[in-house]
Design a protein around this ligand. Structure first.
Ligand SMILES: [Zn+2]
Ligand SMILES: [Zn+2]
Length: 253
């Protein structure tokens, strides 16, 4: 008897084999896709750091203001400022491809001020290199020449909420979030992308940004910053005691 085509059994076996092969390939494909997204994010964050330092070079070595007053009760963010000044115009590079719900500060009220200009973005400035606690006027515009360790101190960090800047400290982390994921990035397998003043970018866990040898505060005298842990000389390297017990689980790889 001459066979024609496949028997039902043969067809089912072939389908089964194909299903198993797809199952084997999926994790590898997901891994490759995640890796490609992380690489894009590293590029984005690095380009932002370069844009910021270029801005500095043309503005008396000062970092962009986190929030700039542009009118009565109105402000724009540094992201908008850089865009308006032509330092950074790549709209796709503002969002991490792994970031599900990127936001911005547009329409947000801060200290009685309304945000009238911002970009949807995954990236925030490290507020510790901009702000001096208690000084509300001209609180940014800090000279970047006082960042003592440009390759070690975070300049750009991923944010979950579109915040223009991020800050961290032991009490800040411990008291603010609870079960809430909070404002930090964590979508690169629990880690996030950070870039530095020298333009390089790394994937680091939130845990590793604070301890050992803090990457947020090192750089300038922040002894008057209320968000800095007590008893630390901010110019010297320091760690954050008990940091590993305070970082919420969502930020752990
Ligand atoms: Zn990212
Ligand atoms: Zn620190």
């Amino acid at each position: 008897m001459k066979r024609q085509g496949f028997s039902l059994i043969e067809l089912l076996v072939v389908i089964g084999v194909v299903v198993v092969l797809i199952g084997l390939a999926m994790p590898a494909l997901k891994y490759a896709r995640d890796s490609a997204r992380t690489a894009q994010c590293l590029t984005n964050a690095g380009q932002l750091a370069v844009a910021i330092t270029t801005f500095s070079g043309q503005n008396r070595n000062r970092l962009p203001e986190n929030r700039t007053v542009v009118g009565e009760g109105e402000y724009i963010t540094w992201r908008e400022q850089l865009s308006r000044d032509g330092f950074y115009s790549d709209s796709s590079g503002r969002v991490c491809p792994s970031h599900k719900n990127p936001g911005s500060e547009f329409g947000y009220s801060e200290g009685g001020m309304l945000c009238v200009g911002d970009q949807v973005s995954s990236y925030a400035l490290n507020g510790h290199v901009l702000w001096r606690g208690g000084i509300t006027d001209d609180n940014a515009k800090i000279s970047d020449t006082v960042i003592r360790r440009p390759s070690h101190t975070i300049l750009v960090a991923e944010t979950n909420r579109g915040f223009a800047n991020l800050r961290v400290s032991n009490p800040y982390i411990a008291n603010y979030y609870g079960d809430d994921p909070g404002p930090y990035g964590y979508w690169h397998r629990g880690d996030a992308v950070y870039s530095f003043q020298d333009g390089h970018a790394e994937v680091i866990s939130l845990l590793d940004t604070g301890n050992p040898d803090c990457r947020w505060h090192n750089g300038r005298d922040l002894t008057d910053d209320p968000y800095v842990p007590q008893g630390n000389d901010e110019i010297r390297p320091h760690d954050h005691p008990d940091w590993e017990y305070l970082v919420p689980e969502v930020y752990l790889p």
